[in-house]
Design a protein. Structure first.
Length: 281
């Protein structure tokens, strides 16, 4: 139980500073972003040197006492606040009582290349933060080594993107602001095959799997939700691949198509002879 808590004032400079992080220019200036809800806060506390502050209602502090303890153990300042303060800081309609302030944690693109990635998701011209966060979550679930957001894509630390990643933002390296040409050329130089996902692609995903070409290190390039990949980006790829539609659906949305493509590569890479096969020690 939290005994006689002293609530932070709504006029506190700490509250004002956290509130401003809903805006991209302030996030960029401070190199900080908001992580809302128990899942995101727990992940932030577990990621080294990331969680800076935690604002919690008394009820949430009691309900999620373990998370509050993890936050304190991680060195974060914990502020108890009433529901109005949390609602003021939060960007959700129904806040869950916990809002964390975290340091930016994107990874330099050169560091991703130096790690010799086997599976990468490249978001080129992806503007919707919910889609971007969901693709990041899919990449994490499929065991991808990294995600790259090009300079024409949405802000990684947009609150909606952070929420849609459901904590996956903290799990794998993400590079931001990389020009698509540099992203593709850098990955090619690192020995990664570039696959552009496009509903009008010349190559069929099923055929690629049947040919056995999916077991090599690969990077999937995903485009804008509405108009896909521009021709100049498609031209950079080693193959432009479509997900086959076997039923009567008109198309797949971005996140669904990304999940299908990433899991296809992950499965092929883990198959016998694939680059992810495990040799017993």
């Amino acid at each position: 139980m939290v005994a006689a808590p002293e609530l932070i004032s709504p006029k506190s400079p700490r509250v004002s500073a956290a509130r401003r992080l809903a805006k991209r220019n302030f996030r960029g200036k401070e190199q900080l972003f908001l992580a809302e809800g128990p899942q995101a806060v727990r992940e932030g506390a577990a990621h080294p040197d990331t969680l800076v502050e935690l604002f919690a209602t008394v009820e949430a502090a009691e309900r999620y006492a373990d998370i509050v303890g993890e936050a304190r153990a991680a060195g974060a300042r914990v502020h108890l606040a009433d529901e109005d303060v949390i609602a003021d800081i939060s960007t959700t309609v129904t806040p869950q009582g916990l809002v964390g302030v975290c340091r930016f944690l994107d990874t330099p693109f050169d560091s991703i290349l130096a790690a010799r990635p086997k599976l990468v998701a490249v978001l080129a011209h992806v503007r919707d933060p919910g889609n971007a966060g969901t693709v990041l979550r899919c990449a994490d679930a499929a065991g991808a080594d990294a995600v790259v957001l090009t300079d024409a894509s949405v802000d990684l630390y947009n609150p909606k993107c952070v929420r849609a990643s459901v904590g996956s933002l903290f799990h794998l390296p993400v590079a931001v602001g990389v020009p698509v040409e540099r992203a593709v050329q850098g990955l090619k130089d690192a020995g990664v095959r570039i696959l552009a996902a496009d509903g009008a692609g010349d190559d069929d995903l099923d055929d690629e799997l049947d040919k056995g070409t999916m077991g090599t290190p690969s990077a999937w390039v995903f485009g804008n939700e509405a108009w896909g990949l521009p021709e100049e980006t498609r031209a950079l790829a080693d193959a432009v691949v479509r997900v086959p539609i076997h039923g009567r659906a008109e198309s797949l949305n971005l996140a669904t198509a990304a999940a299908v493509c990433l899991y296809a590569s992950a499965r092929a890479q883990r198959a016998a002879g694939g680059c992810r096969s495990v040799t017993p020690s």
